[in-house]
Design a binder for this molecule. Sequence first.
Ligand SMILES: NC(=O)c1ccc[n+]([C@@H]2O[C@H](COP(=O)([O-])OP(=O)(O)OC[C@H]3O[C@@H](n4cnc5c(N)ncnc54)[C@H](OP(=O)(O)O)[C@@H]3O)[C@@H](O)[C@H]2O)c1
Length: 266
Amino acid sequence: MMAKSPPIAVVTGASSGIGAASALALAENGWRVVLVARRADRLATLAAGIAGAGGEVLAEALDAADGAAVDAMAERVRAAWGAPSLIVNSAGAGTWRFLEETTAAQIDAMIGAPYLAAAHTCRAFIADMIAAGRGQLIHIGSPASIIPWPGATAYTASRWALRGLHEALRQDLGGTGVRSSLVYFGEVSSEYFEANPDSHEHIPSLASWIPVSTPETCAGVILGVVRRPRPVVCHPFALRLMAWTAALAPGPTRWLIARTGRRHDK
Ligand SMILES: NC(=O)c1ccc[n+]([C@@H]2O[C@H](COP(=O)([O-])OP(=O)(O)OC[C@H]3O[C@@H](n4cnc5c(N)ncnc54)[C@H](OP(=O)(O)O)[C@@H]3O)[C@@H](O)[C@H]2O)c1
C-alpha cells in the first residue's frame, strides 16, 4: 500500500510571531509547510530549522498583498507538492494612528496585510479545496474588529475587512467541506509592536487585564482549531469575556473603551 502524503499548509506571515510559531508547530505535527512572507533571510532560517528536524518545507519570499505574486507562488506549490488543505493567514502589519496622522502609503500597507494578503491567498487555492471537498482557512484577526478603540483607524478598518472576508466565505462555502475560521488573540509578545511603533502605548488601559499570550501559545490555539474547526475563536478567556460583554452591551463597552483609550487631547 502507498504511504499517504502529509497534508500541506500555507502559512503567511511566517517570518515572525504568530505565523512563524504556527508554521513550526504544524511542521512538528507532520504537516508540509509553505512559508510566505517578504523577508527571505528569515524564511530561510526557519526553513532550515524545519528541514533539519526532518520536516518538509518550501520558503516563498513575496509580498502577499500582490495578487500576481501569490498566484505565481500557488503555481509553484501545486507543481512541487499539490494543493494545500490548510491556509493560515497571519501576514499583518499596521501602526495605530488617527486617520489624519496616517500616510496614504500606511493605509495601503495596512489594507495590503492582513486583508489583501488573506483574500489573494484564499483566492489562489480555494477552487482546489472546493474540488477536493475539504479544506480549512484560518485568519488571524484582531479584537479591533470586535470593538474598535480610538486612534487606530486604518488598522481597525483593515481588520474589519478581514472579518468581512471570513463572514462572506462562511456563506459562500456552505456545503463545500471547506471551513473558514477567524481567530482573535489579545496582546501577543511577538515583534509586532517593534515592527509597528507608536501602537502599544495606545492600547486602552481597560485592556490591561487581558493576559499577554506568546506566539507559541497562539500556535497551540491554531493547532486546536485545525483539529476542531470552529467559526470564531477568542484567546485568552478574558478576551472572550470582553467579546461577550461587547455583544451584550455594545454601547457601554464602546464608551468604556473610548474613555480608557487614546484621545485627541492626549
Ligand atoms: N501581536 C499582537 O499583539 C497581535 C494581537 C492580535 C492580533 N494580531 C494580528 O496577528 C497578525 C500577525 O501579527 P504578529 O503578532 O505575528 O506580528 P509580527 O511578528 O510583526 O508578524 C507579522 C508577519 O506578517 C508578515 N507580513 C506583513 N506584511 C506582509 C506582506 N505584505 N506580505 C507578506 N507578509 C507580510 C511579516 O513578514 P515580513 O515583514 O517578512 O513580510 C511577519 O511575518 C497581525 O495581523 C496582527 O494584527 C497581533
